[in-house]
Design a protein around this ligand. Structure first.
Ligand code: SAM
Length: 276
């Protein structure tokens, strides 16, 4: 692939998804496209560019191939400690009348983040109410976690909710595994319906000018996503998060992300911010 052709792909991807691809990513991009080219019987990257320009479905598949989806259960564990020990007691008290909690996992990848949030909430409710009831895990609370990503590939995996046993055993304590997962015939762990019912997966591209949400969120997690964006896109996202957070709602960012000079939020913990 010539540098000029790579720039055409990079420009297209930036315009549609806001993802920045520097020249250093050329080899990586070529490797990721090769599989598609083989499957489509194409021999030249020029033909592939033409195809993604004309065919929306192929464009979506191309985005699937270039996004970086690294994630794991309870990633940046201190966020879940802070959620459990500090934010949830306050939120459950504040919402005791409506019993309604709304959370958004923005850039959810294959589901580990929203399911970790769901498990943290269910564990908290279990401790308050004195036990876990598989038939009524939310104990009368209306808890919804919206989980969005641009990649249809990771969303399909998230929706299925099947995870490799070895990595899960490394990231989750045994009692959590036994309560919230069941073992599949192929050895993987499957998220139990009681956890799944809290989470809705949807495709959403952050580049959209506006997002189709009616209700505001009490918490938004957008971790390890903004690192792929330039400043304009980061500010666009932070403004949308501010718009869609409830008054005094909280925003969780990734370990290497900051407010990028934005003054709409106050820091309250390591990369956790409160809407002003
Ligand atoms: C590294 S993963 C982060 C997963 C999880 N939040 C975590 O911290 O473990 C970044 C995710 O952002 C998604 N993403 C990248 N660009 C996006 C865009 N324009 N709109 C929506 N999601 C995007 C990718 O598909 C990917 O799954």
């Amino acid at each position: 692939m010539s540098d000029e052709l790579f720039q055409l792909f990079a420009r297209l991807i930036y315009d549609v998804a806001g993802i920045q691809l520097s020249g250093q990513k050329k080899t990586l991009v070529m490797t990721r496209f090769q599989k598609r080219l083989r499957m489509l019987g194409l021999t030249r990257y020029e033909e592939y560019l033409q195809l993604v320009r004309e065919d929306r479905n192929e464009f979506i598949l191309m985005l699937n191939s270039i996004t970086t989806n690294t994630t794991k259960f309870f990633r940046e564990n201190h966020h879940f400690d802070f959620l459990r020990e500090t934010l949830l007691p306050h939120l459950l008290q504040q919402k005791r009348a409506t019993r309604e909690i709304r959370i958004w996992s923005a850039g959810c990848s294959s589901g580990e983040e929203p399911y970790s949030i769901a498990i943290t909430l269910l564990e908290k409710l279990k401790n308050i109410t004195g036990g876990y009831d598989r038939n009524d895990p939310c104990r009368g609370w209306d808890i919804k976690i919206l989980a969005t990503d641009i990649s249809t590939k990771v969303l399909a995996a998230a929706q299925e909710g099947g995870y490799n046993a070895e990595s899960l055993q490394a990231d989750l304590a045994n009692p959590l595994l036994a309560t919230y997962f069941e073992r599949a015939d192929d050895g993987r762990y499957l998220v139990r319906p009681g956890v799944k019912q809290l989470v809705r997966f949807r495709r959403l591209n952050f580049k959209e000018q506006s997002y189709p949400f009616k209700k505001s969120f009490d918490l938004i997690f957008c971790r390890n996503v903004m690192i792929y964006f330039d400043d304009a896109m980061k500010q666009h996202l932070l403004a949308r998060f501010h718009q869609h957070l409830a008054p005094h709602g909280h925003l969780f960012l990734g370990h290497s992300e900051t407010m990028f000079g934005n003054r709409l939020f106050t820091p309250v913990h390591i990369t956790v911010y409160r809407k002003q």
